[in-house]
Structures are given as C-alpha cells and as structure tokens.
Design a protein around this ligand. Sequence first.
Ligand code: TRP
Length: 338
Amino acid sequence: MKKTIVTGDRPTGKMHIGHYFGSLQNRVEMQKDYDTYILIADVQALTDNFQDPEKIRKNVKELVLDYLGAGIDPNIANIYIQSMIPEIAELTVYFSNLVTVSRLYRNPTTKFEASQKKELFGDEGSSLTYGFLGYPVSQAADILALGGDIVPVGEDQIPHIEQTREIARKFNNTYGETFVEPEYVLSKNPRIKGLDGNDKMSKSLGNAIYLADSKEEISKKIMSAITDPNKIKKDDPANPDICMVYYYHKLVTPTEQTKKICSECKCGSRGCVACKKELIESMVNYLKPIQDRRKYYEERPEEVEKILKQGTLKAQQRAKQVMQKVRKNMQIDYFKED
Ligand code: TRP
C-alpha cells in the first residue's frame, strides 16, 4: 500500500519561485509514488486574515491554478479545501487538550510570525488571538485527520511538523495507538533567496519572482537583482557566489551553461548586463510550461471547480474513516454506525 502525503499552503497570494523550488517541485516529483492530498489552508489563512475573507476567497482560486500550473496532476493527487472537511475542526478541539499553552508559545515559527506582525507574544499578555496561537494544533489535525505519513514542506514548517508528532504521540499514549507520527521531507533547495540577496524570498519583502509573472515583469526584476558589489566595470573579475543572478542561473539554466557562466564571471569575460539578459531568457523558458498549464486551467473554471470538488470529496471520505477510529478510541462513539 502506498504511503500518504499530506501537505498544503495558505491561500494568501500568488506563488513565487521560492515556493516552487522550496516545495512545489518536490511534491510534483513525489505525487506518483504516494497517495497525495494537498490542502488549501483557508481556515489557517483566516487566523490572521479573519477581517479579510474576500482576500482568502480570491486566493483559493489563484492557489489551485498555481498548483495545476506547477504540475500537480489532478488525476493522481487530490487538491481540497480545509474548511470543507469538518473533521479537521473536530479533531482540532480534541487535540487542544493535549497541548499546553506554553508549548504553543515556544513554537519558533509562530514566534517569528508574531514578531513580524509586531504582536506581543508570550504568557505575559499576548495581543494575538487564540486562533493564531493555536494554528499549529489545527495544522496537526490537517495532517492526522487524513492519516498523513509524509509531509513535504519548506524549512519554516519543521516546528509545526514536530508539534504534530508530539500531538500524535500524546494521543496514542492517552487513547491507544491511533496515528502514525508523520515525517517532514525538505526539497533539495528548502530556502530560496530573494532578488535583493535576502535569505528568504517573500511577498512581504518585495523580492520575489512569481510563477505567473510576465516577461516584462521578470525582466524588470532580474535587471535590478543584486550582483557582486566589487565588480564595477564590465570586465572586472567577480565572485559569482555572492551574485543573485548566478544563484538563479543555477536553478533555471542548464548545468553546462551554468558552469561556463561561473568561469567567465570569475575571469572577467562576462558583463553583468549580458548575464542578466541571459537569465531573463532562461527564467522565461523555465516558467513557460508552468504558465501554459496555468493559462489552460485559467480559461476553464468549470474544470478547476470539478477538480477541487473531486479532491475535497476524496479527502472527506478519508477523514471520516480516520475519525471513526478516533471517536472509538476516545470512547465518544455513542451511536453505532452501519
Ligand atoms: N502552515 C503551512 C504554510 O504556511 C500551510 C499548511 C496548513 C500545511 N496545513 C498544513 C502544510 C498541513 C503542511 C501540512 O505554508
């Protein structure tokens, strides 16, 4: 029997190449070998966007298109909507007894997110909501309600998967063997740097290339990417290891050519403008099949809706089965089902 993958994203914006190389590509490769469930985490997105439901609603569509564009195959993987699986909400309530509040305050990812929002964080007067602080508990329910074994994610998600494992263990110790402890899988490039050289590509930092960017947008962004600051003149030798243009060449330009770029840069026979122009071509070529697929689905909204409905139905069926076992083991299975 195939093992199960459960993973997903918050529908808060279009996906960029950081998401692609950081996790989407990995999921596309793995979908053939696993029973794959990819969740659109609308409930989780609402924890810090609850005043803005239109934004989440709109981005659910964008996210499905990004998934399909990136190569998630709806014939083998199930894409589904978190809020349409009530078992996840139910399981979150049961799990909330198994996690202390101070453990939630120790989660480094929520801590970091709180600091970015400039919210007070910690036992001494948090300005965050119960929902935001507790979202790792509901993420554990996302994974365990579907019986997930493997969770392919970006690096920032590791603390949440660790917390999920703790919850599964605690549940099993308390109510008897019910869940497997899921494992995370990182991609080859778990973290992609931004155009400005920042350690992380992110929408809020304005340093991202989006999967759906036009050639004009890509050109503008790449022309402004950070290169070796010590290279002043076109034929100065430079250090490709501190150049963002070379960094992206390694991701999207064929290996042989990338090697040539590296040696030309080091010996000063390659100007940055020409190098950037070449990267624009490579990036556009690389993204073309993704954009073509995205466009195909963008023009067929009924087909996309069918895919989402189908995936959600499959996830519902699976969550129902898992919950029967949960309710039985927790001794809350009051009426025998057929
Ligand atoms: N927290 C994840 C993110 O922000 C999204 C997510 C929600 C998720 N539920 C999940 C990821 C379950 C993996 C498994 O990217």
